[in-house]
Ligand binder design. Structure first.
Ligand SMILES: Cc1cc2nc3c(=O)[nH]c(=O)nc-3n(C[C@H](O)[C@H](O)[C@H](O)COP(=O)(O)OP(=O)(O)OC[C@H]3O[C@@H](n4cnc5c(N)ncnc54)[C@H](O)[C@@H]3O)c2cc1C
Length: 417
């Protein structure tokens, strides 16, 4: 017992877990309430019975410049669980033209790779990169497509695909302001900071199970099947939680972190604004039966497929802002996507391997200028209750990196009180 009061954390996604880790690190007693049977929320892995192997709910790409993500993994003892190509290179394939190219940033701050046609986007000229500076000055209303009038080649082959992947929102409505901080922290610092990384064994094995073990070793009380149905308040702050048929009375020094998705947060915390529109992500997993020695990532354009991740026996496809596919049946999607994967990887398109289609309908909130304005801050009007989760306003897109930062910001706000 720390004598400082217990911190009650609602939601064991990465937002809740990172807040818990930070608080436990500072010596605080924590209780984690998770509605589901497992932790991880939108970032988890499990055994798929059709494929007969572990898969992630969706491919999650990190970059080596994601400092907080790497620090979080180091803290929970999972610093060596990410894998990726040994160099910062991004191969691309255009299904429409059959062309291939590789973007290869150089080390260091000076981007001399832009001078080398073999390292930059195929068909682009040095001068084509200058309009990227507009991203630095994008106003709150600007969309990514709006900054690249006429949709030049570099927009179609780089900025558009980058925007839809990072913001999970089509570029013609995606908030341009969110892209610049990501670019500064990754590509802007050179090859050492934009090496692609994925969880080698699974998202849960990297981000979730080690965190739960780490927290349990520090005495954390972790409850599954514990849906918080309501928070009771008096004028000063939160005073009780209604959890799965039980009322938990908070002590005078107890504190609360609400780390649930935005629609749930709005029901638990009166008076906050939250984003109300969402975009889906579609993932297709194919078990190829051949193990690749090194993780590889291929950007694809000119079709539905956007990224192909090869790791272990799997080729896993990501399609962001995929709402146009939500009504399509899984068989149709598997056939469509496999045709593209087979072409991109040089495989036989007539032999469809075991597959699984996963549609995450509310993968992230729609990162449009209007919805970004709805992001609430960490602090609320109650001094003993703060918010965490990927939708909290931090000037960054909805990513693991941003989610972990928000969890830590929530913890820091409570520790300061
Ligand atoms: C398919 C997909 C692909 C993605 N790809 C990437 C990527 O490539 N790179 C990247 O950086 N990010 C990616 N993301 C984003 C990233 O996964 C999320 O931003 C992050 O996991 C959100 O974490 P969170 O804790 O805010 O929310 P959640 O993960 O939603 O966690 C909230 C938790 O709260 C629980 N909960 C809800 N209501 C209650 C209640 N009343 N009481 C108790 N518990 C409750 C839920 O069960 C859940 O476990 C992707 C997301 C998806 C879905």
């Amino acid at each position: 017992m720390s004598g400082l009061g217990r911190v009650h954390i609602i939601g064991a996604g990465l937002g809740g877990l990172s807040a818990a880790v930070r608080l436990a690190e500072a010596g605080r007693d924590v209780t984690l309430y998770e509605a589901g049977a497992q932790a991880g929320g939108r970032c988890r892995s499990y055994v798929d019975d059709v494929l007969g192997c572990r898969i992630d709910n969706g491919n999650h790409l990190l970059l080596s410049g994601n400092n907080r993500a790497l620090a979080y993994l180091a803290t929970i003892g999972a610093g060596d669980t990410l894998a990726g190509p040994s160099e910062a290179f991004f191969p691309f394939f255009d299904l429409a033209t059959g062309e291939r190219w590789t973007v290869r940033p150089n080390r260091g701050l000076l981007p001399y790779w832009l001078l080398d046609p073999r390292r930059r986007v195929l068909g682009s000229r040095l001068g084509d990169y200058a309009p990227a500076a507009k991203l630095a000055f994008a106003g709150p209303q600007a969309t990514v497509a709006g900054l690249f009038a006429g949709k030049p080649l570099l927009y179609r082959r780089f900025w558009g695909p980058l925007a839809v992947s990072v913001l999970n929102t089509q570029p013609d409505e995606a908030a341009a302001q969110l892209l610049w901080p990501v670019l500064l922290e990754t590509f802007g610092r050179g090859a050492d900071y934009c090496r692609p990384l994925i969880a080698a064994s699974g998202l849960s094995e990297s981000f979730v199970y080690p965190a739960l073990d780490w927290l349990r070793q520090r005495g954390a009380d972790i409850r599954f099947g514990a849906r918080v149905r309501a928070i009771r308040y008096d004028d000063a702050g939160a005073v009780a939680l209604d959890v799965a048929g039980e009322t938990i009375i908070l002590g005078p020094r107890d504190q609360v972190v609400v780390a649930v998705p935005p629609p749930v947060a709005a029901t638990l915390v009166p008076g906050i604004t939250v984003p109300t529109e969402f975009r889906s992500i579609l993932n297709a997993h194919f078990r190829l039966g051949v193990v690749v020695p090194e993780v590889s990532i291929l950007g694809v354009m000119g079709g539905a497929t956007e990224w192909i991740f090869r790791h272990g026996e799997l080729a896993s496809v990501t399609i962001s802002a995929a709402d146009r596919f939500l009504d399509d049946d899984a068989e149709t999607l598997a056939a469509l996507i496999w045709g593209e994967v087979a072409r991109a990887l040089g495989l036989d398109r007539d032999i469809l391997p075991p597959w699984r289609i996963i549609k995450e309908k509310r993968a992230t909130f729609a990162q449009t200028p209007a919805q970004v304005r709805q992001r609430p801050p960490t602090k609320t009007r109650w001094s003993n209750l703060v918010l965490a989760g990927d939708y909290i306003d931090n000037g960054l897109p909805v990513t693991i990196e941003g989610t972990l930062r928000n969890g830590e910001a929530a913890a820091t706000a409570l520790l300061r009180r």
